[in-house]
Design a protein around this ligand. Structure first.
Ligand code: CS2
Length: 498
C-alpha cells in the first residue's frame, strides 16, 4: 500500500510483481525456504556477500539453506527488513552502471535486545547446520595481539555469570553448543567470516577458552565435535547512505529501507571442513573450497586490508575523504604501490597460481571504481583490533629479515596521530575504538614529545605485543615517522615515500 500518493510502494513479496524491469529477482519459492544457517552480525557486508552467494545457490539448486539473521546489539536491520518480508536490494555498482538484484535468502531476523529466547531456540534447533559470523574484529572480546579471550572483558564477565542470557558472540556460541550437547543433538559448524588471522582457529580457541571457564568437559566436547573452518571473505561494501536509499527507489521502482551497495568483485575462500559435510554448494556460486585458507587470508589481510588502513590514516590526516580520493592523488597512489612492492609482497607467500603483483594491480583497479565511495573514516574505526593482522604481522616479518619498514612505519605513526584525536588543522577526530580510553590514559601525561607519545602507545601490549614494544629498530622507525608527520603533514610525507 503506498504511504503517499506520490511515493512508491514498499518492497515486499506482494509488490514484487511491480518491480522495475531490469531488476533481477530470486527465482525460488520463498514460502518453502527453511533456515539452515544462522548468521550473527547481519550488517551490510553479510547481506552483500554471504547472503548473495547463498541466494545464488538457492536459485540454482534449492535446498534448506535460508539464512536466519541475529544481531546481538542493534535491532535496526530487523526493524528495516521485517516490514518488507526480509527482502532487500543489492546494488552492484560498476563505474557508471548500477544493476539491482532482490535477494530473498533471509528467512527471519532477531535482535538480542528483545528476542533472546527466540535466538536461543533458533540456535538449539537441529535444522541449523551452520552458524556464520560477521561481528567485526572487536566482536570477539579477545586480545588482538595475543589471540586469546579477554577474560576481564565486561561482556565475558557478564556471560560467565549469566550463561542463559549471553551478550557476547563467544558466550552465545558456547551456550548454544552446550545446549546441543545436553540435548544429545549434533553440533553446528561455526563459520567465521571476519578479517582476522586464522579466523576459524581463532574462534575455536576463544570458544574453548570460554567453555573451559564454565566446564572442562564442555570444552573437550567442543574440541572433538565442532568444526571451525577458516575463511577469506572479500567484497568492498561501503556503509549505506541516505543517497543510496534514493538510488534504490530509482533502480527498483519500490522503496527499500535496507538496500546494500557493493562493488562487482567478490571472493570467498572456505576450508572444506563442515560438521557431517553439511553445507550449501557455495562453489557453484563461485566460492573456492580449499584444504588450507592461510595463504589466501594472508594475501588479503596484508595487501588489501593493510593498504586500506594505511590509506585510511594517512588519507584522513591529508584531508582525503574516500579510498577513491586517496588513489586518485598521484603521490598516495605511488605510496601504496611502493608499500606493496617494497615492504609487503617480499614477505607474503602467494597462494597457488597467484601472482601477488597482479593481485595488487587488481586492488588498485577496485579502489579506482569512482562510484564506490568508501570513506576512510569508516575504515579507520577500531584500528586497535585491525593493526596487528594488517600491518604489524608484516612489520615483524620485515624486521626479522632486516628489510625496510619505512612505509609501514608511516602508516602506524599516522594511526598514532589519528588516535591522539586531533587532526593536522587542529580539529577533533571522532575516534571510534574499543581501546579509546586506553589511548587517552596512555597519552595523558606524556607531554608533547614525539618519542614519549610513540613510546606510550607502543607500550600497549594488546596491540603491539611485548616483542614490538621492546624492538628498538621498530620504535625508532615509528618515532621518526611520527615526528615528521607532525612537522610536515601527511601529504608532504607521503610524497617523499612514493
Ligand atoms: C575495510 C574492510 O572497513 C575496513 O576495515 O578494510 O571492510 C574491507 O573493505 C573488506 O575487508 C573488503 O573485503
Amino acid at each position: 500500500m503506498p504511504n503517499h500518493p506520490d511515493q512508491p510502494s514498499r518492497l515486499s513479496l506482494a509488490n514484487l510483481v511491480t518491480v522495475r524491469a531490469g531488476t533481477s529477482v530470486f527465482a525460488y519459492d520463498k514460502a518453502r525456504l527453511q533456515s539452515g544457517i544462522a548468521h550473527i552480525g547481519l550488517g551490510a557486508f553479510a547481506r552483500a556477500h554471504i547472503c548473495d552467494y547463498t541466494d545464488a545457490i538457492l536459485n540454482e539448486d534449492f535446498g534448506p539453506w535460508g539464512i536466519a539473521g541475529i544481531n546481538l546489539r542493534n535491532p535496526d536491520q530487523r526493524d528495516r527488513l521485517a516490514p518488507q518480508d526480509w527482502l532487500y536490494t543489492a546494488i552492484n555498482r560498476d563505474a557508471d552502471v548500477d544493476t539491482a538484484k532482490i535477494i530473498g535468502a533471509i528467512t527471519q531476523v532477531h535482535a538480542a535486545n528483545d528476542d533472546a529466547h527466540a535466538i536461543a531456540a533458533l540456535l538449539a534447533s537441529p535444522e541449523i547446520r551452520i552458524v556464520s559470523l560477521t561481528v567485526t574484529e572487536k566482536g570477539y572480546c579477545h586480545d588482538p595481539a595475543g589471540g586469546r579471550l579477554s577474560e576481564h572483558h565486561p561482556d565475558i564477565q557478564h556471560d560467565l555469570n549469566h550463561p542463559r542470557a549471553p551478550k557476547s558472540v563467544i558466550g552465545v556460541l558456547t551456550s548454544a553448543l552446550a545446549r546441543r550437547r545436553d540435548e544429545g543433538s549434533h553440533p553446528f559448524t561455526v563459520l567465521c567470516c571476519d578479517n582476522l588471522p586464522h579466523n576459524g582457529a581463532l574462534v575455536a580457541q576463544l570458544v574453548q577458552d570460554f567453555a573451559a571457564l564454565r566446564n572442562d568437559k564442555l570444552a573437550r566436547w567442543i574440541e572433538t565435535n565442532v568444526a571451525f573452518p577458516s575463511t577469506m571473505v572479500d567484497r568492498i561494501v561501503p556503509a549505506t547512505t541516505p543517497r543510496d536509499l534514493v538510488d534504490a527507489v530509482d533502480a527498483i521502482g519500490l522503496t527499500d529501507a535496507a538496500p546494500v551497495i557493493h562493488e562487482p568483485f567478490k571472493q570467498w575462500v572456505i576450508e572444506d571442513r563442515f560438521v557431517d559435510g553439511k553445507r550449501p554448494a557455495w562453489q557453484r556460486a563461485g566460492a573456492t573450497l580449499v584444504a588450507d585458507v592461510a595463504p589466501f587470508e594472508a594475501m588479503k589481510l596484508r595487501l588489501l586490508n593493510a593498504s586500506h588502513s594505511a590509506l585510511a590514516y594517512l588519507g584522513y590526516l591529508g584531508g582525503h575523504e574516500t579510498i577513491g580520493d586517496c588513489v586518485s592523488d598521484p603521490t598516495y597512489r605511488a605510496y601504496v604501490e611502493a608499500l606493496w612492492r617494497e615492504e609487503i609482497i617480499p614477505v607474503t607467500p602467494a597462494p597457488p597460481a597467484t601472482d601477488l603483483h597482479a593481485y595488487a594491480r587488481q586492488l588498485l583497479a577496485r579502489y579506482d571504481n569512482p562510484s564506490i565511495r568508501h570513506r576512510v573514516w569508516q575504515i579507520a574505526m577500531d584500528g586497535s583490533q585491525k593493526l596487528p593482522q594488517r600491518l604489524l604481522a608484516t612489520t615483524r616479518l620485515c624486521l626479522a629479515r632486516n628489510l625496510p619498514i619505512v612505509r609501514l612505519a608511516y602508516a602506524i605513526a599516522a594511526w598514532m596521530i589519528y588516535v591522539g584525536g586531533v587532526d593536522e588543522r587542529g580539529q577533533l577526530i571522532d575516534v571510534r575504538d574499543p581501546l579509546a580510553d586506553t589511548f587517552r590514559r596512555a597519552l595523558a601525561n606524556t607531554g608533547p614529545s614525539s618519542d614519549a607519545r610513540v613510546a606510550a602507545l607502543i607500550g600497549i601490549d594488546a596491540v603491539f605485543g611485548p616483542d614490538l614494544g621492546a624492538n628498538a629498530v621498530f620504535r625508532a622507525a615509528v618515532a621518526e615517522a611520527y615526528d615528521r608527520l607532525r612537522r610536515h603533514g601527511a601529504r608532504q610525507c607521503v610524497a617523499t615515500l612514493a
